[in-house]
Structure formats: structure tokens, C-alpha cells
Design a protein around this ligand. Structure first.
Ligand SMILES: Cc1cc2nc3c(=O)[nH]c(=O)nc-3n(C[C@H](O)[C@H](O)[C@H](O)COP(=O)(O)OP(=O)(O)OC[C@H]3O[C@@H](n4cnc5c(N)ncnc54)[C@H](O)[C@@H]3O)c2cc1C
Length: 360
């Protein structure tokens, strides 16, 4: 595998070779077909999975076909299949696995399902979003198939050459996959943005087929679903929100973090948090943005009491406009901010809340 690293400012090149056993059978020509492993919710395909679909469609082979795999149980699965079938011209078929085994997002049965579908379909590429779900399922699938996944892809140069960030997003590396087939990818949805124009443009529907699960052997011993919780205040999804309001350790408590939530509500924004705020118990960890949290690239990112540690920047530096409020003029967040205000967030946010109109 050859790796090129682009550092911001200077450009550095580095070559890394895959061990010989991985430089094996696959040729660089693309033979065929891609499977997109998709997530769905309330009868529609999740935005991150639509991004995975756009990534699949951008693989350079005009003769290839794209299949989309959905699993779950109940009517919403079939609604989602119908949504998927008309969501993009590149989809040739939607595969539906309807079983109680996929009712909950457990990685083990999902990985086994994709493995089964791969054995029958012999896809050249298998793609999923780099969501918590994708990050959970795809490495297990790669282990079952004995291949090495290429994770967090942000760009596709050709069918086996991909761009991905390294060193917490400070460098981009171009990697060439020379391992065995299939090529397994997780993609960063922020790099394959979904617009109304890029989806819902298909007039005829792709075919929908049921996956034959008669040979599927559900192994219930290894993991068991316990519970799932979600926040009551349904704001926009953090991964795809146009505006994100983030609070850091400076908020001091869960009660005071409500200021961030109130502001987000007024702006119709998603709430984000630093790891320090999550570790201090102000908010749940699914709001964490950064290297070990979610990656976001909204049109507007508002950071309150966030120092701008490199691990946090890794999750938000691609935001289009960054606004930072911090009482320390030397805080590193100001180095990436488009607009900065040196001030006390406990004064600034109440003032903003007073001046902003109510969201209709
Ligand atoms: C392996 C690893 C992975 C990590 N992953 C992540 C990650 O995914 N995401 C992440 O966020 N972090 C991550 N971290 C932690 C990261 O290094 C920082 O510790 C963290 O981001 C700091 O959070 P913070 O900015 O809220 O807190 P601090 O660094 O404590 O900064 C608080 C800021 O608030 C300002 N402030 C204080 N009071 C006020 C006030 N009244 N008004 C305005 N400003 C005020 C201060 O000047 C300061 O700049 C990771 C660390 C490691 C080692």
C-alpha cells in the first residue's frame, strides 16, 4: 500500500508497503458490484447511509451495480425499503432481511448477515457510513472475511485508491487497497454530503428482494440487547445538522448546560459537547464531538467555553463557519475560528437568547 500524506501548509510524502500476504489477489480493475449496508429509522434511510450510497455511486465504473442491504423487522423496514428503492438512480436492487434478529442494532448478527449476503453476491466493495453502527459492524465483517477494512474514507480517487485523515485530521493520507476482495470501506458522511438534488431523483424504482435467511444461524450467546435510550427533545441529528451549538467544560454542570440546549433550540440547531463536558456528566456521550466522538461539518458551528484541543478540532474543523466564545484570548479555538468573541459565556448566551427571535 502506498501512502501519500498531505500536511496542511507543507506537503510531505511517505510510502508504506502492505505486507506481501496482503498484496495478493486483487487487480486494480473494478469487477462489478457494490453492497451498501444501510441504516434506517422511522421508515426512511438515514442521511449517513445516503452518503454511503453517494460514495458507492462515485466509484468509477459505469457498468457496476449498487445493491443496498436493509435489515430489521416490522412495517417500518418495508417503508424504508420502498424509500431506498427510489432514492438514487445508482441503486439496482434493495435487499431486505426481515427478522427479529435485526430488530436491535447488535453488531454480531448484522456482521453475520452481511457475510452471508457477500457469500451469495460476491460484491467487489462493501460500504457503510462511519457511524457508531458502521464502526461496530464493519470491522467484525472484515474479520469474518479476513480482509483489512479502509476506514473513515473522505475521498475516492479510483476504485481502490482512497483518501482518509490521519493524525487526528492533521494530515490526509492517500491509500491504495491491494488486499483480497471485497474492499470494505467506511465513509465519513460529511465528505459525501446529501442534497435534495442528489437523492429522490429516481423516477423508476429499483427491485426489492427478500434475503433468504433459512441458513442464517443466529448466535444469541455472544451479545444481548439490553436497552436503548434517546433524548426526548428531538432536535436535528448531530451528524447532519446545518447548525451545531457546542458546550465545553466551562458550562460547569448539567443544569447550566441547559443554556446551550436553549440556544440550540432557538437556532434549530443540534447540541454538541466536548469530551470534558461528557466526562463531567453534563450530557450523554452520543453528543461528543471529536476524535473519539462524532465528526461534524455543519454550515455554522458555535463553540462556547471550548478550548480547542486537537482531539476536539478533529471532529469539527471542516465546519464552514466557526464561531467561538471563550474568556481566554489565547485559547487555541480562536486559531480555527472565523469569528471569535473574548467574553464570559454566562453573559453572552443569555444576551443571545434575549435578542434572538423565537424559532417558528
Ligand atoms: C485519546 C484522546 C481522545 C480525545 N477525544 C476527544 C474528543 O473526541 N472530543 C473532545 O472534545 N475531546 C477529546 N479529548 C479531550 C481533549 O484533549 C480535551 O481535554 C477536551 O476537548 C477539552 O474540553 P473543553 O474544551 O471542554 O475543556 P477545557 O480544555 O478545560 O477548556 C475549557 C475552556 O473554557 C474556557 N472558559 C472557562 N470559563 C469560561 C467562561 N465562563 N466563558 C467562556 N469561556 C470559558 C477556558 O478558557 C477554556 O478554554 C481526547 C483526549 C484524548 C487524550
Amino acid at each position: 500500500m502506498a501512502t501519500r500524506i498531505f500536511l496542511r501548509g507543507a506537503i510531505t510524502k511517505r510510502t508504506v508497503l502492505f505486507p506481501p500476504f496482503l498484496r495478493s489477489s486483487i487487480s486494480s480493475s473494478r469487477n462489478g458490484s457494490t453492497l451498501v449496508v444501510a441504516e434506517h429509522e422511522n421508515g426512511t434511510i438515514k442521511s449517513a447511509s445516503l452518503s454511503a450510497l453517494l460514495a458507492a455511486a462515485s466509484l468509477p465504473d459505469k457498468d457496476s451495480s449498487v445493491s443496498l442491504l436493509l435489515a430489521g423487522s416490522g412495517p417500518s423496514l418495508h417503508e424504508a425499503a420502498s424509500h431506498a428503492a427510489s432514492s438514487h438512480p445508482s441503486i439496482s436492487q434493495v435487499l431486505v432481511a426481515d427478522s427479529e434478529a435485526f430488530k436491535n442494532p447488535l453488531a454480531e448478527p448484522w456482521a453475520k448477515l452481511v457475510h452471508l449476503v457477500q457469500q451469495r453476491g460476491d460484491y467487489s466493495h462493501i460500504i457503510a457510513a462511519s457511524s457508531s453502527f458502521g464502526k461496530n459492524v464493519m470491522p467484525r465483517l472484515a474479520a469474518l472475511l479476513d480482509v483489512s477494512p479502509v476506514t473513515d474514507v473522505t475521498g475516492i480517487s479510483d476504485s481502490h485508491t482512497f483518501v482518509r485523515p490521519i493524525y487526528a485530521g492533521n494530515a490526509l493520507s492517500t491509500v491504495r487497497y491491494t488486499g483480497a476482495s471485497p474492499c470494505i470501506l467506511t465513509i465519513r458522511s460529511t465528505s459525501f454530503p446529501v442534497s435534495q438534488k442528489s437523492v429522490d431523483s429516481k423516477s423508476d424504482k429499483a427491485s426489492i428482494s427478500q434475503v433468504d435467511l433459512s441458513t442464517f444461524n443466529e448466535d444469541l450467546d455472544k451479545s444481548r440487547f439490553v436497552s436503548q435510550t434517546s433524548r426526548d427533545d428531538e432536535g436535528p441529528d448531530l451528524g447532519s445538522a446545518r447548525v451545531v451549538v457546542t458546550g465545553g467544560r466551562a458550562l460547569k454542570s448539567a443544569e447550566k448546560f441547559k443554556l446551550i440546549e436553549d440556544l440550540a433550540k432557538k437556532l434549530g440547531a443540534a447540541v454538541g459537547a466536548t469530551r470534558a463536558a461528557v466526562d463531567a456528566g453534563f450530557v450523554a456521550n452520543d453528543l461528543q464531538i471529536g476524535q473519539t466522538g462524532k465528526i461534524v461539518a455543519p454550515e455554522l458551528y458555535l463553540a462556547f467555553g471550548v478550548s480547542g484541543a486537537i482531539q476536539h478540532l478533529a471532529g469539527m474543523r471542516d465546519s464552514k463557519v466557526i464561531v467561538a466564545v471563550n474568556n481566554d484570548a489565547d485559547a487555541p479555538i480562536f486559531q480555527v475560528a472565523d469569528y471569535g468573541l473574548v467574553g464570559d459565556l454566562f453573559e453572552v448566551i443569555p444576551e443571545l437568547l434575549k435578542k434572538l427571535p423565537e424559532k417558528k
